[in-house]
Design a protein. Structure first.
Lengths: 258, 258
DNA sequence: TAATGAAATTGATTCAGATCAAGAACTTGT
DNA sequence: ACAAGTTCTTGATCTGAATCAATTTCATTA
C-alpha cells in the first residue's frame, strides 16, 4: 500500500464535468479533511480489490478506469450488481451495512482509485451531516437501481432489459445526441442484465428492428423516439421528450388516457 | 386523514422486543419531536398507500399488520421488493431518492401505521446526525437484501431461493427453535422470490427431501443442520452453529479447506 | 502484416420454469 | 355445519432462454 497523500488534490475529480455526489455541498475544510485521510493508488486490470466475505477496509472513489461489483456462488455463477466508471464510489454502502462484504469488487481496466478508510467514513458520517446526507442520497440511488434490476429480471424480457439499459445510457449522455457508446464490454453488460452473452447478442438483433442501429460499441438511434417503448414512470422525468406529444408510448400521457 | 397526534406515544413501539432501528440512539427530545410531527392511522386490508409514479408524502412505520412494496409493469406482472411486518419502515429510502416513487405500497392485512411526513424526514435528517445515520444503516440493509435478491434470481434455483429464505427466517426467530411460521401468504413469498406459486409449491416438495417438514404455514426442521446447504458468506455470521464442526457445508470452513 | 487469442455472433438443441387446467385443502361467514 | 370463495397443490404441456458448438469478427502482439 503506497501512501502518497500529498498527491491528492481536489483538482483530480474536478477535471470531470461536475463535482461528484459524494463531495457535493461539503465545505473546503471537510473535503480537505477527507482527502488527507485517504490514499491514491493505481491498480492493474482484473485486480480483485475485495472479495465477498472479506471485511471492508476502504470505500473506493474511481478517478479513472472501470470496475464492477458482483456476487458469485459456489458453481462459479456470477451476478453483476454494479458497473462503475470514473466519478463513482463503491463500498460506501457496504461499510454501513456492518459485517463482511456481500460483494466482490474487481477492476475491468487499469484504474486509479482514491481509497477512503472504512473507519474514517463511519466517523466522518457522524460528524458531518452533509456527508451523511450525501451518502444517504447515493445509497438510496443504488437501492433504486437495484429495485429496477429486480423488477427487470422478474418481469421483463431480455429485449426489454436491453432497451431500458439503452434508454438510460441515451438519457445519461444527453438526449440530444442520437448515438452513444457502450461503456462496458458486451458480456459484462449482459451479465448485469441477467442474461448470457448469446441472449444479449440476440436481443440486439431484435432491437435493430425497432430503429436502433448497432455498430460494434456504437449505438445509433434512427429516430428520437426509438427507445420510448422502454420508458417507465421513473424514467419519464429525465426524458426531454416527455412533454412532447410526439412520444408514442409516454407513460405520462398513458396514465391520464387509460 | 385523521390527525390524532396525542395518541402517539413511544410506548406504541416499545411494546415490541426492541427499539426499532429508526429510533435507536435518539434522544428523548428527538423522538418526541418526530412523533409530534407524525400521525397515527389505521388502514384496512389491501389498501394501496402509494402508487408507483406518485410523489411520496410519508414514510410509513408499521405498528401492527403487514404490507408489501412492489413494482408492476403494463402487462400486470408484479415484482415484490419487500414484505413488511410490525417495526419495519417503508418509503424512508424512496423519500431520499428524489422524484416519484418507484414502488407501489399495499397493506396485506388491517394495519396500523405511523405516517411521518416526507418534508419532516428530509429536514430532520439534516438536523440530526444520529437520525441520518440510522437511515443510512436501514437503507444499506435494504440494499444488501436487494443484492441478495438480484443474486438469487440470477444464479439460484427455486429450491435454493426457498431454502435461503427459510434459513433467514429460522435464524431471525432464534436458531434454537426448530420450527417457525411463514409470516406471509405463500403466493406473496413466491413472488418475492421471483417464482410462481406453482413453482414455490413444487420447491417445497423438494425441500421436504432434505429434512424439512412442511405443515401448512409451519416449517419444522428435522435436524439443526437441515438448512445449512443454503448458507453463504453473509449469513454464516448470524448462524449460531457456524463455529461448530458439525455443520456439513459451512462456508467458513470451506474457505480454508479449498 | 500475419498470427494468436479473446469477444461476439449465429445456429441447433435442451431443459427449467411458466402457463394452463383441474382438483384438494383451507377460510370465512351465515 | 355448510356453502362459497380463496389459496394451495398437482399434473400436463409449452416456451423462452441457457447451453452446447461452430464461426466470424475484432484486438493484440510478434
Amino acid at each position: 500500500m503506497i501512501k502518497n497523500k500529498t498527491d491528492i488534490s481536489p483538482s483530480i475529480f474536478f477535471a470531470g464535468s461536475k463535482k461528484p455526489q459524494l463531495f457535493q455541498g461539503l465545505s473546503e475544510d471537510s473535503l480537505q479533511h477527507i482527502l488527507e485521510n485517504s490514499t491514491l493508488q493505481n491498480f492493474p486490470k482484473d485486480q480483485i480489490l475485495i472479495q465477498q466475505g472479506d471485511i471492508p477496509e476502504y470505500a473506493y472513489f474511481i478517478v479513472s478506469g472501470q470496475m464492477r461489483s458482483f456476487r458469485s456462488n459456489s458453481d462459479g455463477n456470477e451476478a453483476t450488481i454494479r458497473m462503475l466508471e470514473a466519478g463513482d464510489v463503491c463500498m460506501e454502502a457496504v461499510i454501513f451495512m456492518g459485517g463482511t462484504s456481500p460483494i466482490t469488487v474487481q477492476t475491468l481496466s487499469d484504474t486509479r482509485i482514491i481509497l477512503i478508510p472504512n473507519k474514517f467514513m463511519k466517523s466522518f458520517a457522524v460528524q458531518d451531516t452533509q456527508f451523511a446526507n450525501n451518502l444517504l442520497r447515493i445509497v438510496t440511488h443504488h437501492y433504486k437501481n437495484a429495485m429496477h434490476q429486480i423488477d427487470a429480471m422478474a418481469t421483463k424480457t431480455p429485449v426489454q432489459r436491453v432497451g431500458y439499459y439503452f434508454l438510460q445510457k441515451h438519457i445519461e449522455q444527453g438526449s440530444d445526441h442520437m448515438d452513444f457508446e457502450l461503456p462496458f464490454k458486451k458480456s459484462t453488460i449482459a451479465n448485469h442484465l441477467g442474461m448470457t452473452p448469446e441472449t444479449f447478442s440476440r436481443a440486439l438483433q431484435q432491437i435493430k428492428k425497432i430503429g436502433v442501429e448497432i455498430d460494434g460499441e456504437i449505438i445509433r438511434l434512427k429516430d428520437a423516439y426509438a427507445l420510448c417503448h422502454f420508458c417507465d414512470t421513473d424514467t419519464v422525468h429525465d426524458c426531454t421528450l416527455s412533454n412532447k406529444e410526439a412520444c408514442p408510448v409516454c407513460p405520462m400521457h398513458k396514465s391520464t388516457a387509460h
